[in-house]
Unconditional design. Structure first.
Length: 322
């Protein structure tokens, strides 16, 4: 089912006591800290629902929601990376949006910016899917099951939908997390926005991330360690936002569907707010869809969490990895 949430430009963050607990159960992309999500959903069935966490009894028809998503400049589909249900939902939504308009592009956190040329070559038919996987160093740099993303890539190739490599190179984010921006070489800086475009001012985002850092370090993290961690996360978000905004500047009639971990999307703190900042001078709108989020996200004030929650099955039990 699909549920709709109130859309507020300056959302309130959830209670701090719940953040670390909740984000362990959503699709969080902080590879710098977390090995992976702890909760896996079962595979999707024919029944999906779209719901509103603020009004959990309100269920929306998929066609109605797709009509709304089709009006947005950017649509974010927040995933748990190893959830088959999430990737099936992404493909279903992409197919539905493509039927509304062929001016579609797909931005993917799964591919890092130095490998954009390989995506272009794959779309052009000059390299195979196996070569794409090899040339993007997918298994080393992302590592989640290729089979989960392959149907989306094949659909893009069949219909010549641009694919955008959004992510910061792993070695850049890891170096920033350990040593800060000043440690980057000029060559490494090629793949990230200028320092002036890296906005660290959001106190809400800072407070949102602090419990994640503290829990990982068992309360023994340092102030400088958190600052570098926060900087690396913002850098990650800003890099992806810059890639999306650049594409929209050269393709203003296109809609971009962004596939990324839910941690980069929830409350609009990560990528969405930074794309919006870069698009402030044009008519622009965004929609946030969280795919199969943890029920824990429904327990507190979810104002501004997202526009829609997608649940691939009603009344199902999650399976938890050891």
């Amino acid at each position: 089912r699909l549920v709709s949430l109130p859309n507020h430009p300056h959302p309130r963050r959830p209670p701090l006591m719940n953040i670390a607990r909740s984000l362990k159960l959503v699709a969080w992309s902080l590879g710098l800290l977390l090995a992976g999500p702890l909760l896996l959903w079962t595979a999707p069935t024919a029944a999906q629902q779209l719901v509103n966490p603020a009004e959990p009894e309100t269920v929306y028809r998929l066609d109605t929601v797709i009509d709304d998503l089709a009006q947005a400049t950017v649509v974010y589909l927040g995933e748990t990376h190893d959830s088959q249900a999430d990737h099936a939902a992404q493909l279903q939504i992409i197919e539905a949006l493509y039927r509304r308009s062929h001016r579609l592009a797909i931005g993917m956190e799964m591919f890092q910016r130095p490998f954009q040329a390989a995506l272009d070559q794959y779309l052009a038919g000059t390299i195979s899917e196996a070569e794409l996987r090899q040339r993007t160093e997918y298994d080393q740099r992302w590592g989640y099951a290729w089979a989960n993303y392959a149907p989306i890539l094949r659909f893009a190739k069949e219909h010549q939908i641009p694919l955008l490599a959004l992510n910061t190179p792993t070695e850049v984010t890891q170096k920033v997390a350990q040593k800060g921006l000043s440690a980057l070489t000029p060559n490494e800086r090629r793949w990230i926005p200028p320092d002036a475009d890296i906005d660290l001012s959001s106190q809400s985002y800072r407070q949102f991330l602090r419990p994640i850092y503290d829990e990982f370090h068992d309360g023994h993290g340092t102030a400088s360690g958190f600052e570098n961690f926060f900087l690396s996360q913002v850098l990650w978000d800003e890099t992806m936002a810059e890639a999306i905004a650049r594409f929209l500047t050269t393709h203003p009639q296109h809609q971009v569907v962004v596939l990324a971990g839910q941690g980069h999307i929830v409350y609009g703190y990560g990528i969405p707010s930074r794309v919006a900042r870069r698009q402030a001078r044009r008519r622009f709108s965004q929609r946030l869809v969280l795919l199969n989020p943890s029920p824990l996200l429904h327990t507190d004030d979810t104002t501004g969490l997202a526009d829609y929650l997608w649940q691939s099955e009603a009344d199902r039990e999650p399976s938890v990895t050891p």
